[in-house]
Design a protein around this ligand. Structure first.
Ligand code: NDP
Length: 330
């Protein structure tokens, strides 16, 4: 059984009198900085571009160059895109770190795939919210909290766990519960959802739309049914609130009978083989290597994939349909 930490397991005391640097003021960075400060923690922000520095200052933080924010900090939260983590650590973070400092990542990626090289003598730890940045703030403010994955990869100070749990607590991640994970486990599940589940769901929805169009159902109605109505979203919310099995009671008998009686038709569709390929590519580091090469080459395949998907036209179309279903309807 995985260990799950709650507020009572995560005192804030290990952060008393300690300086915390939040590096990056984007999706996660802003929410972490605000939550840490509201939890009574001494926070400074490190940024690269002027725009994020101004945003941090507008929120009342002392904002510095990254190296200045990191220097003398006891805890450094690296909240920058995973793909720039390696170069940012080499150029700005690593040389400025004090021995005994803790470096906290919000994702296992850079450490799991060897993209960062941190000096000996610093703790390397993980607090990875299962929540988008804006949700990290909203769920802290409304008191509901969110789930996170937490771990300690290197405990040089001997204090890695108490500090990690205190950071998790201060941002609101131990209210519902933080699950112990290694960096590789976090990176694997995170990437697997994107590479093993999302493409499969995309295929299901595309095939379903095709079959319904063939049956003469208007596209607007299909999109309403699939996501614009919010009905499926409600079902997922009910799964979270009362459980996947108990939520069945919210659906009609017809719906329950139809789903259960047809479930076997899909039993022979075996997705495990392709899903195992996804896991192997992730855990062997093959995906990380491929992605690093793509970045170095200036993202040529990414541009091709976006064009092939027709993303711009799709967005225009979706905007039109969404407007039709807005309260004004035009
Ligand atoms: P963002 O893309 O929102 O981060 C942008 C910030 O990173 C900006 O402040 C930007 O600064 C800074 N930045 C960009 N390049 C550099 C660089 N070379 N050196 C220093 N700073 C840089 O990132 P997220 O908040 O989305 O992600 C941060 C971490 O959180 C990642 O590890 C991610 O995996 C993790 N995470 C993200 C989630 C999400 O929902 N977004 C969910 C859970 C975890 P400037 O504007 O000054 O260029």
């Amino acid at each position: 059984m995985a260990r799950i930490f709650h507020d009572q397991d995560a005192p804030l005391a290990p952060l008393d009198g300690r300086r915390v640097a939040v590096v990056g003021y984007g999706n996660q960075g802003r929410s972490w900085a605000l939550n840490l400060r509201d939890s009574g923690v001494d926070v400074r922000v490190g940024t690269v571009a002027d725009a994020s520095r101004r945003a941090a200052e507008a929120d009342g933080f002392a904002a510095h160059d990254v190296a200045d924010a990191v220097r003398d900090a006891d805890v450094v939260c690296l909240l920058i895109p995973d793909e720039v983590m390696g170069e940012a650590v080499v150029a700005h973070v690593g040389p400025a770190l004090s021995p005994g400092a803790a470096v906290v990542f919000a994702s296992g990626y850079a450490v799991a795939f060897g993209e960062v090289d941190l000096p000996d003598g610093v703790d390397v730890t993980l607090v990875a919210p299962r929540m988008i940045g804006v949700g990290v703030r909203d769920c802290y403010v409304d008191g509901s909290g969110f789930i996170a994955f937490v771990g300690v990869d290197r405990d040089a100070s001997g204090n890695g766990w108490p500090v990690t749990l205190a950071v998790a607590r201060a941002i609101g991640a131990t209210r519902r519960g933080s699950v112990e994970m290694t960096f590789m486990q976090e990176a694997t599940i995170d990437l697997f959802v994107e590479q093993g589940i999302a493409p499969a769901l995309q295929k299901v929805w595309r095939d379903a739309a095709m079959v319904l169009l063939e049956a003469g159902i208007p596209l607007e109605a299909i999109l309403a049914e699939f996501y614009l109505s919010g009905e499926i979203e409600r079902t997922y919310r009910a799964m979270r609130e009362i459980g996947p099995t108990r939520q069945w009671q919210l659906h009609s008998q017809t719906s329950q009978y139809g789903t259960m009686s047809r479930a076997d038709r899909y039993a022979s569709v075996d997705l495990t083989a392709v899903m195992r390929v996804a896991v192997d590519e992730i855990t062997s580091g093959a995906f990380a290597k491929e992605w690093a090469a793509e970045r170095s080459a200036g993202y040529p395949r990414m541009a091709e994939l976006r064009t092939a998907e027709g993303r711009d036209q799709l967005m225009d179309f979706e905007d039109d349909v969404r407007v039709k279903f807005s309260p004004k309807g035009s």
